[in-house]
Design a protein around this ligand. Structure first.
Ligand code: RB5
Length: 137
């Protein structure tokens, strides 16, 4: 299961991603009214560490605040991606479990391509496993 979340700046993109993916958990926000992104990042991160979802997508203006907040939760590896190469590598090498997007940075078409590339890519394990374990430690 995938969990999605955004603040007001990312709301429109979250709705677009929901429509694109279909069956997801929506952790909010639910309008363009101003809200605080750390609360949403925490909600999405907790859905993942509790096992209710396996991967998450967070959208704010830049993706940066969401990533900073989500990465405070043990077990979360959130990556800000503005291109498909980084999106694939964040899965293949870093086993990212949250993708963070900046709605004020990437266009809608690119955002959906990044989402697809990230969801399709698998962790390559091997030499990367030790490094990811070092992050989690
Ligand atoms: C909201 O104005 C903006 O600060 C937020 O969406 C995000 O970009 C923070 O990192």
């Amino acid at each position: 299961m995938i969990v999605v979340g955004s603040d007001h700046a990312g709301f429109r993109y979250k709705e677009m991603i929901k429509k694109h993916l279909g069956d997801v958990i929506d952790a909010g926000t639910f309008s363009e009214e101003s809200c605080d992104y750390p609360a949403v990042a925490r909600e999405v991160a907790q859905k993942i560490v509790s096992g209710k979802a396996q991967r998450g997508i967070l959208v704010c203006g830049t993706g940066q605040g969401m990533a900073m907040a989500a990465n405070k939760v043990k077990g979360i590896r959130a990556a800000v991606c503005g291109d498909t190469f980084s999106a694939k590598a964040s899965r293949a090498h870093n086993n990212a479990n949250i993708l963070c997007l900046g709605a004020r940075v990437v266009g809608e078409g690119l955002a959906l391509e990044i989402v697809d590339a990230w969801l399709k890519a698998e962790f390559e394990a091997g030499r990367h496993t030790r490094r990811v374990e070092m992050i989690d430690d």
